[in-house]
Design a protein around this ligand. Structure first.
Ligand SMILES: Cc1cc2nc3c(=O)[nH]c(=O)nc-3n(C[C@H](O)[C@H](O)[C@H](O)COP(=O)(O)OP(=O)(O)OC[C@H]3O[C@@H](n4cnc5c(N)ncnc54)[C@H](O)[C@@H]3O)c2cc1C
Length: 381
């Protein structure tokens, strides 16, 4: 009998975990993946390319539905896990359903940070983390529109470049005296600034955000020096925070992220955490490192590596989307410092949750009651 393994989060780390399980522990687990976003897992790194109009949403999918079916995984997406009952070994979903587990993997990623300034919750203020954010940006963007992007790190620069590529008039606002100050020296940052300005992006350095202006909807950004930058869209790209709330509420040990040991186990040996939500030896990794999940140590780099697909760093015209698919920037492994799958193989089998999965999602490929939500029930391993 397969052991019921529930994964919370249907992102890049979860997809890689399923791939590894299929490789090294086929049939040992009955895997169910719950994802809050109403899509199949996708390559988040490619959101910049979607924003820049270089590729469609479907092209960012990490794997087609048929692949998940072949892996024997039950997918429940468009649904959020809202509580973990560790005594009963159950996960509760936002539609009231409960999913029993023998093994639980938290792969909840990160939440984008919104500056704690007045007006940040107005419509027209977005972050840059998922397809919904990109949709909101594309809706508010266009040749007659103005956007202000807060944050001169890689994410802010990619957002600014993507919006500018669509004709939006963009101002990039950064608190520090140079762009990407953690990665670039003054000379390199100056070259980057000049390259952005050559694309029509106005760069404001040493600019401290005071508030978003507008009533009912964002109309601009007020800086601490009193200047107001008019905007139809404000993008807040100032950083991310590991999504550890669910674990914290369940009583697991957390710091900035969910604390894990060298085998990615949390303070509860039945629960593991992978990807950006995990904190390993004091470090939360906000990137997709190019190391193999099969036993290599994590890289020490905490910053994103600019890739050839990063719009801000490309000097030649964008490659076609077909060409882009062939050389994905994340073409390594995902956030897998100690072996992602080795702990899975070391466990004893117990009753499968395939019947639970069927209760959770209904038989066959089905449509959930939530409008945007879909569930796919695939064959059990
Ligand atoms: C625009 C952009 C560009 C990037 N570029 C690069 C780059 O060039 N290089 C690089 O190395 N990295 C880059 N990154 C970072 C990279 O995408 C992340 O490191 C990676 O996605 C992390 O994977 P993850 O699975 O841990 O988290 P995610 O991919 O964020 O997946 C977590 C998933 O869990 C879901 N979830 C959270 N809580 C719950 C819950 N309670 N119930 C159900 N589901 C839940 C979330 O909705 C999300 O879908 C970029 C990120 C962005 C946004």
């Amino acid at each position: 009998m397969s052991e019921p393994l529930v994964v919370i989060g249907n992102g890049m780390a979860a997809a890689r975990l399923v791939e590894e399980l299929g490789r090294v522990a086929l049939g040992r687990y009955s895997v169910l993946v719950v994802g809050a976003e109403p899509h199949l897992a996708y390559n988040r790194v490619l959101l910049s390319s979607v924003l820049a109009g270089e590729m469609g949403r479907e092209e960012t999918e990490l794997r087609p539905l048929s692949w998940w079916q072949r892996q024997g995984v039950t997918l429940v997406y468009g649904r959020k896990a809202i509580a973990i009952d560790r005594d009963r070994r159950e996960v509760r979903l936002d539609d009231g359903r409960t999913l029993p587990y023998a093994r639980l993997v938290l792969a909840t990623g990160s939440d984008p940070i919104r500056l704690p300034k007045p007006g940040m919750d107005l419509p027209g203020v977005v972050t840059f983390r998922d397809h919904a954010d990109v949709d909101a940006m594309l809706e508010a963007a266009g040749p007659t529109r103005r956007a202000v992007v807060i944050g001169g790190g890689l994410l802010g620069i990619e957002a600014a470049s993507g919006l500018a590529a669509g004709g939006t008039r963009v101002t990039l606002v950064h608190l520090m005296d140079r762009l990407m100050e953690r990665q670039l020296d003054a000379e390199a940052a100056g070259l980057l600034k000049a390259a952005l300005e050559a694309r029509g992006i106005t760069v404001e350095l040493g600019a401290d955000t005071a508030a978003v202006t507008g009533e009912g909807r964002a109309t601009g950004l007020r800086l601490a020096d009193g200047r107001i930058l008019p905007a139809d869209l404000v993008v807040c790209a100032v950083g991310i925070r590991p999504n550890a709330g669910l674990a914290r509420e369940a009583g697991l040990a957390t710091g900035r992220g969910i604390l894990v040991d060298d085998r990615l186990a949390t303070s509860d040996p039945a629960i593991h955490a992978i990807g950006e939500c995990a904190e390993h030896r004091g470090i939360c990794y906000g990137l997709v490192p190019a190391t193999s999940p099969a036993g290599r140590r994590p890289t020490k780099a905490r910053f994103w590596r600019p890739t050839s697909r990063s719009p801000a760093f490309r000097s030649s015209p964008p490659a076609s989307s077909t060409a882009g698919r062939g050389r994905r920037p994340w073409s390594g492994a995902i956030l897998a410092s100690p072996p992602i799958a080795s702990w899975c193989c070391a466990t004893a089998p117990s009753p499968a949750h395939s019947s639970t999965a069927r209760r959770a999602t209904g038989p066959g490929i089905s449509t959930s009651s939530a409008p945007a939500a879909r569930s796919a029930q695939c064959a059990a391993t």
